[in-house]
Design a binder for this molecule. Structure first.
Ligand code: NAD
Length: 395
């Protein structure tokens, strides 16, 4: 069938299998252009492996260091005329390309918060890999079923006072003012349950208990701090409380990880267009401005540039890690550079629907959104018939 983007609000309900494969190939090419990562990880578990930072980390490990990777994600295969989710197509493409390159790549599709999926992964590690030497936790989920069966949802809301911001219609570029009322205490608690460090700790406890973490194993989790412009909705909002909880969890993991001479790191990454980020109120304008300023300066990076640099310059450099006072690995130094932020802050109050295209890189933001779903790639014939039904072997 002919597959076209179908965009509603900040969602695109279709994905293109050939374009998603193109996305993965481009990421692989970037990793290969950076040279071999030596030493690097050998056997890597990626939780949240099918999109954004998790997929990029998987590609950096596999195609940079030749690592075997086991990916966990929650994605939807095609059914009838409905295409699969982008993460399905990208994981299928990654798996095929990794296998063609002689690399081990297997996948588990299911709820990473559940004990069942943790056990499935542990069994697969025991059978196929013995132990893993890196665990990348890169989950971004809207909801979680707690171990006692309670269902909780995460919210993206300010805390204390309302957030006055704007959303942008991806189709028309129309800017709509919006006001978000502050979260109540329960919403803060629930967001921390979904996006905080508790499930990361549970994964590590289960993996240690099963004795499947190798000596010297490292585990990472990703966070975002952003700048004053995004603090009201991000770092000072409900999601920020969850991110603070990652710092707590990393500290709490020091002792258990010491049992395998291992380390737990929170890595602060750049703000980028991913499935999760596209849902954050008000982020579209900030990211459009940021992309514009960073592209003008030649410092713009995508997920794959960030994770590959994280591996080369920090985690596996053998040198002293560039960390902040909280011990977090910083990869957001280019975004937070004074010259970038002062220009973004200058442009921020000037944005209107009339000048959005000219003063920001809204075109680049929209392109990143389309690319994320496999659309807008040169070299892909979107007028050609595409089979939406792409098979992927799952454990
Ligand atoms: P994403 O939406 O691109 O990827 C999320 C992943 O989680 C996908 O693989 C998805 O399948 C998986 N997932 C979601 N719910 C699941 C479940 N219940 N069980 C199994 N898998 C599930 O998100 P992303 O933006 O790459 O976010 C990953 C991490 O990076 C998050 O912690 C996020 O806060 C952080 N981060 C993102 C940005 C950004 O700008 N995008 C910046 C810094 C840090």
């Amino acid at each position: 069938m002919i597959i076209e983007p179908r965009i509603k609000g900040f969602l695109c309900t279709t994905a293109h299998p050939v374009g998603c494969e193109m996305d993965v190939k481009r990421q692989i090419e970037h990793v290969q252009s950076q040279g071999k990562l030596e030493p690097g990880p050998h056997k890597v578990l990626v939780i949240g492996a099918s999109g954004g930072y998790g997929l990029a980390s998987r590609i950096s490990a596999a195609f940079g260091a030749g690592a075997a990777t086991l990916g966990v994600f929650f994605e939807r295969p095609a059914s009838g005329k409905r295409t699969a989710s982008p993460g399905w197509y990208k994981s299928a493409a990654f798996t095929r390309l990794a296998e063609e390159a002689g690399l081990y790549a297997k996948n588990v599709n299911g709820d990473a918060f559940s004990d069942d999926i943790k056990q499935t992964v542990i069994d697969a590690i025991k059978t196929d890999l013995g132990k893993v030497d890196m665990v990348i936790y890169s989950l971004a989920a809207p909801a979680r079923t707690m171990p006692d069966g309670e269902q909780v949802r995460s919210t993206l809301k300010p805390i204390g006072s309302p957030f006055e911001g704007s959303s942008v219609d991806l189709n028309s570029g129309e800017i709509r003012p919006m006001t978000l009322e502050p979260a109540n205490q329960q919403e803060v608690v629930d967001t921390v349950k979904v996006m905080g460090g508790d499930d990361w700790e549970r994964w590590i406890a289960a993996l240690l208990e099963a004795d499947v973490l190798a000596d010297g194993c490292i585990t990472t989790n990703y966070t975002y701090l952003g700048s004053e412009v995004t603090w009201p909705i991000y770092y000072h909002g409900t999601i920020g409380k969850a991110k603070e909880d990652l710092d707590r969890a990393a500290a709490a993991l020091v002792k258990p990880m010491a049992g395998v001479n291992g380390k737990a790191y929170v890595c602060v990454m750049k703000g980028l267009m991913t499935q999760a980020a596209s849902a954050i109120p008000g982020m579209a304008i900030y990211l459009s401005l940021l992309f514009r300023v960073m592209k003008d300066q030649g410092t713009h990076e995508g997920c794959i540039e960030q994770t590959t640099r994280l591996f080369h310059e920090q985690l596996f450099s053998g040198g002293v890690l560039r960390v902040d006072d909280e011990g977090r690995i910083r990869m957001d130094e280019l975004e937070l550079d004074d010259s970038v932020q002062s220009r973004v802050k200058e442009l921020w109050p000037q944005v209107t629907a009339g000048n959005l295209e000219s003063i920001s890189d809204f075109a680049g933001y929209r392109e990143a959104f389309l690319n994320m779903h496999g659309f807008g790639f040169e070299g892909v014939d979107y007028a050609a018939d595409a089979d939406p039904d792409i098979d992927m072997k799952l454990i």
